[in-house]
Design a protein around this ligand. Structure first.
Ligand SMILES: Nc1nc2c(ncn2[C@@H]2O[C@H](COP(=O)(O)OP(=O)(O)OP(=O)(O)O)[C@@H](O)[C@H]2O)c(=O)[nH]1
Length: 399
């Protein structure tokens, strides 16, 4: 073979080898860059996915918010069901409390009955007023509101000089409604211009958070809203599954993680990001209620909120309280309100509690309105709170 041909072939072979190895190297770095854009598996709770709103964010101390990229990591959150098949139509929201009032009447029967019996006596002497006070305290109205109510009633009974039981009942009704304050804005902040409204649901374990998120999803669907759920209670293994089931019954997708003990802040962030992407009306985030200790729980909640805020404002923080725990719920409420800015209370299990007065005590202590009440385990047993219907149910006389 001619030496010039041999040289040409050798040069061609070298060039070809160069091109092939360049393609291989660039192909690998592309795919690793692509993978690196995904969500690292292990992160600090304040981390957000690379490329997201918080990408360039830095904490006040100058440390980067993001964890180092891990090229091989897979995303840990998933959208369980893009479009679950709707199997149920939730009940309309209007008139729910009226439908459920029988449960309130039943559970608070003793309270209403004894109060009215006391106030219908011919002579309301000091002993009777003491008993009235005691009854109100037993219903968890709280000391200050009880004193105020009794003082107002005494005054009015004296001034009006009326012994007519119907009139006295009307006075009591008016005073109770005034204490609950019908002027408070109890609407849910579920409207946000140009982005989904974000609702966080918090509370200690077992109060009914997951159930409430599920029921509230139905309330919003009944109001024709596009909803997405975030299962950020990664502490209790079954919570994500429970939430996904609630959502899928009414066609609402749930963002959850299949990694046990996954970072709740990440799941919450992903849910909000998904809501933005899908142009949902509302993103609702369920959170854990139990950690090793209270400080951990509060730390985590604060972080969940801060991480969400890298993507969107949080429009509503609903604190779920179990009415059967009475005054205990008040101290819980105070702890939560110190960490996240609670904007509304959901009082659950009022169907099993004779302590309806807790509504007044909570609002007084927190300065936050009760917005919803839970009156049973059924899917549509969650009702917007209405002061007048509530008081009427408390004072309803049953056989
Ligand atoms: N009777 C009654 N039961 C309720 C109500 N709301 C919730 N429950 C029940 O309370 C129990 C606890 O509810 P969950 O939603 O699992 O409570 P959670 O706060 O999410 O609990 P953790 O995930 O452990 O923090 C369930 O059996 C619910 O059915 C209500 O308004 N009335």
């Amino acid at each position: 073979m001619d030496s010039s041909v041999v040289i040409t072939l050798a040069v061609l072979a070298v060039v070809l080898l160069g091109v092939v190895s360049f393609l291989l190297v660039s192909g690998r770095s592309l795919s690793s860059r692509e993978t690196a854009r995904r969500y690292p598996t292990t992160r600090d709770a304040d981390d957000v996915p690379p490329g997201a709103a918080g990408d360039a964010d830095r904490e006040g101390d100058g440390t980067a918010v993001l964890a180092p990229e891990r090229p091989e990591a897979e995303p840990e959150t998933q959208l369980e069901a893009e479009a679950p098949v709707v199997t149920e139509t939730p009940e309309p929201v209007g008139g729910r409390l009226a439908r459920l009032r029988a449960r309130l009447v039943k559970s608070n029967n003793v309270f209403g009955k004894s109060l009215l019996a006391l106030l219908s006596q011919d002579e309301i002497d000091e002993d009777v007023w003491d008993e009235i006070e005691e009854t109100l305290l037993m219903a968890d109205l709280g000391t200050d509101p009880t004193m105020e109510l009794v003082d107002r009633l005494r005054e009015r009974v004296k001034v009006e000089g009326s012994k007519d039981p119907a009139r006295v009942k009307a006075m009591l009704r008016e005073e109770l409604i005034a204490l609950i304050d019908p002027q408070l804005d109890r609407s849910l902040n579920t409207e946000a211009a140009g982005r989904p409204a974000v609702v966080m649901v918090v509370g200690v374990n077992g109060v009914g958070k997951t159930t409430t998120v599920g029921k509230l999803a139905r309330v919003l669907v009944a109001q024709d809203k596009d909803v997405i759920l975030g299962a950020a209670d990664t502490f209790r293994a079954a919570a994500a599954e429970q939430l996904t089931t609630w959502g899928s019954r009414v066609g609402v997708p749930t963002v959850s993680s299949d990694v046990e003990g996954a970072d709740p802040a990440s799941v919450a962030f992903e849910a909000v990001a998904k809501g933005v992407e899908l142009e949902s009306d509302v993103v609702m985030v369920d959170t854990a209620g139990r950690l090793q200790n209270k400080a951990n729980l509060m730390d985590e909640l604060g972080k969940v909120k801060r991480v969400i805020e890298k993507k969107s404002e949080v429009d509503e923080v609903l604190l779920v309280l179990d009415a059967t725990t009475g005054q205990n719920g008040l101290s819980q409420a105070k702890v939560f309100s110190e960490v996240v800015n609670v904007t509304g209370i959901v009082l659950t299990k009022l169907d099993g509690s004779a302590r309806g007065g807790i509504v007044v005590a909570i609002q007084r202590q927190l300065g936050v309105p009760v917005k919803l009440i839970g009156l049973g385990e059924g899917p549509d047993d969650l009702a917007p709170f209405e002061a007048e219907t509530f008081v009427d149910a408390l004072l309803e006389e049953t056989a």
